[in-house]
Design a protein around this ligand. Sequence first.
Ligand code: MD3
Ligand code: FE
Length: 217
Amino acid sequence: MSDNGTLWPLETPSQEGLADGVVLLRNFCGSDAASLLQEIDTIAAVAPFRQLTVPGGHTMSVAMTNTGTFGWTSDRAGYRYTTNDPLSDRPWQPMPRSFLALAELAATEAGFAPFTPNACLINRYAVGAKLSLHQDKDELDYTHPIVSVSLGLPATFLLGSLQRSDTPRRIRIESGDVMVWGGPARLIYHGVAPIRPGSHPLTGSFRINLTFRCVMH
Ligand code: MD3
Ligand code: FE
């Protein structure tokens, strides 16, 4: 293997521990990006991206759809996972095998094997879209990690702590980066800063994020 004189390989991907239970796999799926995006187009042709209403009545700036046995949804009545797309009342489409394989591999790489997700939330960010600081608490069992895959325009992740009042760290995330959140990090506050204008060869003026979850047994 080539070496830059510091015993550190030059080849990507690289792995960074950002906090206890948070592992960043830089460019883990860069070469899969185009085929992942093609799968997402197929999913969105049946279950279109939609901007959901939250219980407080606001509309989220992020547009979402899902694939897998369960999908996350929200309306004025609250947040929940459902087996059917509320727009069509048909089941969410089965998770593509390539999605499952990627999520399992990333979780294994990060030290959280075995992980078999049954939900994949697909978030689409236009320029200016953001996700305010929140915890993911709608899953039944917090012992499972969450695997997050970023595609398209870069983003700044807000990496908080278990206390909402702590100022979050800002972490630059690019297309192909994968993050795994587990164990002590599973309930940390996190968010995404407003997406800045730009153009990405694969997604144009959008960022797409996949979050793989095991939401119930
Ligand atoms: C840390 N999505 O869908 S992924 C979400 O980029 C969500 O679309 C963001 O937060 C996005 O809920 C961030 C990173 C992420 C996902 C889940 C987590 C970080 C997490 C769960 C626990 C702790
Ligand atoms: Fe989240």
